[in-house]
Design a protein around this ligand. Sequence first.
Ligand code: RUQ
Ligand code: CUA
Length: 653
Amino acid sequence: MKILKLGIGFLTAATLLASCGGSGNKNGTDGALNKNNAEKVYVAPGEHDEYYAFISGGYSGNLLVYGLPSGRMFKEIPVFSQFPTNGYGYSEETTPMLNTSYGFIPWGDSHHPDISQTEGVLDGRWVFINENNTPRIARIDLETFETVEIIEVPNSAGNHSSSFVTENTEYVVAGTRFSVPVPQRDMSIKDYKGEFKGALSFIGVDKETGSMEIDFQLLMPGFNYDLSHPGRGKSHGWFFFTTYNTEEANSLLEVNASQNDKDFIAAVNWKVIEEYVKNGGGTMMPAEYAHNVYDHHTHSATSTMKKEVRVVNPSEVPGAVYFLPTPKSPHGCDVSPDGEYIVGNGKLSTDLTVHSFTKMIDAIENKKFDGEAYGIPILNFDDIHAGSVEKAGLGPLHTEFDDKGNAYTTFFISSEVVKWKLGTWEVIDRKPTYYSVGHLTIPGGNSREPTGKYMFAMNKITKDRYLPVGPELEHSAQLYDISGEKMELILDFPTHGEPHYAAAIKADVIKGNAKQIYELDENKHNHAVKSEKDTRVERKGNEVHIYMSTIRSHFSPDNIEGIKVGDKVFFHVTNLEQDFDVPHGFAMIGQNSAELLIMPGQTRTSIWYPKKVGVWPFYCTDFCSALHQEMQGYIRVSPTDSDIELSWSLGDD
Ligand code: RUQ
Ligand code: CUA
């Protein structure tokens, strides 16, 4: 039972490491106290950072925007979770974004952000991010830094090998971690093997608008598809997915999915499948999945339920999929900037395995196969193997690249980042991380043009790095200067939620495009008011619609009478400001949803159910001017059978 032992060894090492972290590491600053290092991360007051980093919020369901090298957090962008800070997922305009085939879901588990590309270079138009639990892919617009589209991924579960984009953002790809019955049905779990399927979804992205549509799903054998990356340059047209549990175990995976000496990287030639589909290949399968779109003109989201999806059986498309044997339960699947090397980070292996794309193509052309699995040819390890980084560390997870032919791999168990050379496979440097590093990011990492100045590690365990705040601490990122031969740790900074991966880009690419206001003239919201003279209150049965405006420093109207217990009151609030960074807030006492934070030129709606007779105040939640505290109003609520007339006013009008 060598394998079982290895599994337990892995656990013990992990536990040991986790517990010894707490003993303190006063010397763990590794030169961070060096004055030169402090200067490297110092961004003087009023100055801007050099890079944006979009860091996944993990189980917060959101995406966070940081600056590098300062490590300052600029924004939390709500994506898959309700966000009371601005009313996302609470306001009438934004709740459709969280609609799914399971109904409204208020949270998500976000993992891997990836920035759109043109010709293999980050173009800074959109960021995509996957939701793992209820499989979805979101698109965030980098002019507004808002979530503008979410598409659910059917036939998928644990949407983990996602959301990575191809070289021209032809596709954003989503692969299932858990295989499931496809279509879903009532069957014995014990019949998993051969029956469950792993869907790899290729979601087409419109070149102009970014709009997403599932083009096809490849129904693969019932393995776990863990991570993925696109080919680029010479390997453009291919996509690589790590798999584990090629044993197809359905219970006690820590042992049963660690039996095989090698699992696979699945190499998918999506161009071949694209051609096959264009010629009518694949079948339309009934499926139910939500497609939610946010429109910046109506300031509103809509949710549409889709009814079918195209599925493709890989064994019916010759030349579409090959398996590359890779030791041992590989996690990260990373492709070098030139597209030649495919790195499999075998988390139960001490060696890092690197495959060669050129050798792979050669083996395919010469039909050098070593059997097949479910009709998919398996290549010979020795035929495709470019080299291994030997005994580099324990528990390799993820690899990124710089602009000088080096690679950087994180090792969870030995808690370090190791720098090694592509082609010679020699280890150049290793630096400890505090503690238990997961992902790492180099700006431009997943592209043809990574940068060579900074790398940051995202650690799973924080322990003594910050002041204690009870049993749980924010996760800890660590920034390294990688411009020299040796890496230098220059900064610790906390992240929020769990930062599975981050995408980072030169600030210059996007900062000039960032929107400052929404044009009031272009506001197409059904319930918008364009000036104070349009503000009014209308009753339809027990529904009352208040068309309200805000501007420094009052609401119009600010006195409303004739509301009754049992009414359903809609506040449609338009912010008339046309000035950068002047939102107004809206809060009503006893309101059972979030406040609203309304951007200049935007309209937001919330619903209030008045429950008690009396006179009830509302106010602005954002300190917007010297007279912010004066920004308030009253609503008179009368008994249900009262005959008080509806009336509204501002000042003496
Ligand atoms: S995972 S620590 Cu969600 Cu990307 Cu590897
Ligand atoms: Cu508007 Cu405070």
